[in-house]
Write a protein that binds this ligand. Structure first.
Ligand code: SF4
Ligand code: SF4
Length: 234
C-alpha cells in the first residue's frame, strides 16, 4: 500500500486501521513502511481516508504473496479460494484427507498485530521435512522444495504475511515426534503460531488426544465441525 503524498493531509485517521502497525509518521509526513506492510488492504477498504490518498500499486512477484496471504478478498491461484488458507482440512468428510490412524497438523503462523515473515515459515517447514506429508493443495506447500523445505525461490524469504498456514499429516505413531519438533523450532521463530491437531474418532475416543495427554500436552477440543455434503470418503 502507498500513500499519495500530494493528497495526504497528515490527519492520521488511517493509522489505527493497520493490523500490523505499518502506517508510520515522521513530523507531518504519514507513510507506509513497505517492509512491515502485508498488503492486506484493510486501510484502503475501510474508506477512512478523506483525501483518497491511499492507493494500491500493482504488486509483482514475490510481493504479491503478501496480498494473497493477507487480503481475505484475494484468491490464491493454487486453491482458488480467498485468503491465506485452504479448504482441504475443513472439507475432510468429502476429501478423505485424514483417515483412521492419521494425525494432521495445521500450523497457523502469525496473527493480526504480529504477522509472520516467510523466513519463519520456511524454518518450520524445514524442521518438518522427512517427518510429514505436506498437503499438496496448500498455498505454502506449492512454494516449497519438498526435499528440503526451503522456498524454491529464495526471494520469498523477504516477504511477510498476516498469517500463513502449513498443513501436513503423519501417522499416530509419529505424531508426538512432530509435536516435539514444533516445540523445539518454536524457540527459533519470531512470531506466534496456533496448532490444530486432527485425528479421527474411534468409537467414543480420540486416540491421539490420549497420547498427547500422556506425553504432557493439554489439547483442547475445539468445536469446529465441518459437515461434508458429498459422499464421505474418509
Ligand atoms: S487518512 Fe488519508 S489523509 Fe489522513 S493520514 Fe491517512 S492517508 Fe493521509
Ligand atoms: S495494506 Fe494492510 S498492512 Fe499495509 S498499510 Fe494498509 S492496513 Fe497496513
Amino acid at each position: 500500500m502507498r500513500i499519495d503524498e500530494e493528497r495526504c493531509v497528515g490527519c492520521r485517521s488511517c493509522v489505527v486501521y493497520c493490523p500490523v502497525d505499518a502506517i508510520k509518521s515522521s513530523g507531518e509526513e504519514v507513510y507506509v513502511d513497505q517492509g512491515l506492510c502485508v498488503e492486506c488492504a484493510v486501510c484502503l477498504k475501510s474508506g477512512v481516508c478523506p483525501q483518497d490518498a491511499l492507493y494500491q500499486p500493482l504488486l509483482e512477484w514475490p510481493r504479491i504473496l503478501r496480498s494473497q496471504f493477507s487480503d481475505p478478498l484475494v484468491s490464491h491461484p493454487v486453491t482458488g479460494i480467498m485468503g491465506r488458507g485452504t479448504a482441504e482440512m475443513k472439507t475432510n468428510d468429502v476429501t478423505g484427507r485424514f483417515r483412521e490412524g492419521d494425525v494432521g497438523f495445521a500450523i497457523e503462523m502469525g496473527r493480526p498485530g504480529i504477522s509472520t515473515s516467510f523466513i519463519d515459515v520456511e524454518r518450520v517447514a524445514m524442521a518438518l521435512v522427512g517427518k510429514v506429508d505436506f498437503e499438496h493443495l496448500n498455498p505454502v506447500t506449492v512454494l516449497l522444495d519438498k526435499d528440503t523445505g526451503r522456498f524454491k525461490d529464495p526471494r520469498v524469504r523477504g516477504e511477510r504475511a498476516l498469517s500463513a498456514i502449513i498443513e501436513c499429516k503423519t501417522t499416530e505413531d509419529r505424531g508426538l515426534e512432530v509435536l516435539n519438533i514444533l516445540k523445539e523450532v518454536s524457540e527459533e521463530i519470531d512470531t506466534v503460531f496456533s496448532l490444530c491437531v486432527i485425528n479421527r474418532c474411534r468409537g467414543h475416543r480420540i486416540p491421539f488426544k490420549t497420547r498427547m495427554e500422556e506425553a504432557g500436552y493439554t489439547p483442547r477440543i475445539n468445536g469446529k465441525t465441518n459437515v461434508g455434503l458429498g459422499r464421505p470418503l474418509a
